[in-house]
Write a protein that binds this ligand. Structure first.
Ligand SMILES: Nc1ncnc2c1ncn2[C@@H]1O[C@H](COP(=O)(O)OP(=O)(O)O)[C@@H](O)[C@H]1O
Ligand SMILES: [Mg+2]
Length: 274
């Protein structure tokens, strides 16, 4: 099942403090890691437009530059050439219009409770305490962690820590959510639960998401658009549109659909052929 770009396009996401974010624009973005024994070209010059409300998934072989690209979008590393724009603003560093979730849940602060971890981004924004708390609690409820708000991160399982990271990212209500293999280290059942939660969150909020994964199934389950990247230096070799994320079905139901199985099979053989 594919949808046209026009169908995939949705209303602009509400941004921080009511501003409206229309999308991401990359022009000639490349990256070379210097300083080692030799330079490593991790990303060939890339032009890319991501419209607001798109759920863009990036797949490709290990080492092809997916994480590099996500870190550039996050503003954590500067591209060697080219520019990233959010609407017409050039990205020069991290900003609260983008929240990032990485694979490892080590970014939770061990000396803060689960709720305080989620409140952290809101504290930076000087929100009153009562509002911080109610927003943190709402996001914890969304990821099914309400009962654990007063626990410490080390008392949570890996999957729960990951859900806590997602709640923290969502609490600041970022117009753009950046996810780098967020479920990569999780067991299959937890992963399926979080895929379900992320589908629900996207269907409810239609925020702009850019997510890296090496799972073909995950890409087809979640993406309205899937970019296939080649071996290093990364280049986009295909740009596909899917509509499975818009279905009001469980992950298990979608997985058993013949069109889903066939789509995954085709994408997998494309990746194996790279
Ligand atoms: N800090 C670094 N210094 C030098 N090379 C790096 C660094 N980080 C990543 N690379 C190289 O850049 C390429 C792309 O890396 P990365 O973006 O992490 O790929 P992916 O996330 O697709 O696995 C890889 O070949 C990797 O070895
Ligand atoms: Mg990576």
């Amino acid at each position: 099942m594919t949808v046209t770009p026009q169908q995939a396009e949705t209303a602009p996401s509400p941004g921080a403090e009511g501003e409206t974010v229309r999308g991401l624009r990359l022009r000639g973005v490349s990256h070379v890691y210097r300083g080692g024994v030799r330079d490593v070209v991790s990303l060939d010059p890339l032009d890319l437009d991501v419209v607001a409300g798109e759920f863009l998934v990036i797949v490709g072989p290990s080492g092809c530059g997916k994480s590099t690209l996500l870190e550039i979008l996050a503003g954590l590393i500067r591209p060697t050439s080219g520019d990233v724009f959010i609407d017409d603003r050039r990205v020069v560093g991290p900003s609260r219009d983008r929240a990032v979730v990485f694979q490892q849940s080590t970014s939770l602060y061990p000396w803060l409770t689960v709720r305080r971890n989620v409140e952290l981004g809101l504290r930076v924004r000087n929100l009153p305490r009562s509002e911080r708390r109610s927003r943190a609690d709402a996001e914890l409820a969304r990821v099914g962690l309400s009962e654990f708000a007063d626990q410490w991160p080390h008392e949570l399982s890996g999957g729960m820590q990951q859900r806590c990271q997602i709640a923290r990212a969502l609490a600041v209500d970022p117009p753009i959510l950046l996810l780098d293999e967020p479920f990569g280290a999780l067991d299959a059942l937890t992963r399926e639960n979080l895929q379900h939660s992320l589908r629900e969150i996207w269907r409810e909020t239609r925020r702009t998401v850019v997510m890296v994964t090496h799972s073909v199934e995950e890409a087809v389950l979640l993406g309205t658009r899937v970019l296939v990247m080649s071996h290093r230096p990364g280049r986009v070799v295909d740009d596909l549109r899917f509509g499975f994320v818009t279905l009001n079905s469980t992950v298990a139901e979608i997985r058993s659909r013949p069109d889903f199985v066939e789509t995954c099979r085709t994408l997998r053989s494309q990746l194996l052929g790279l």
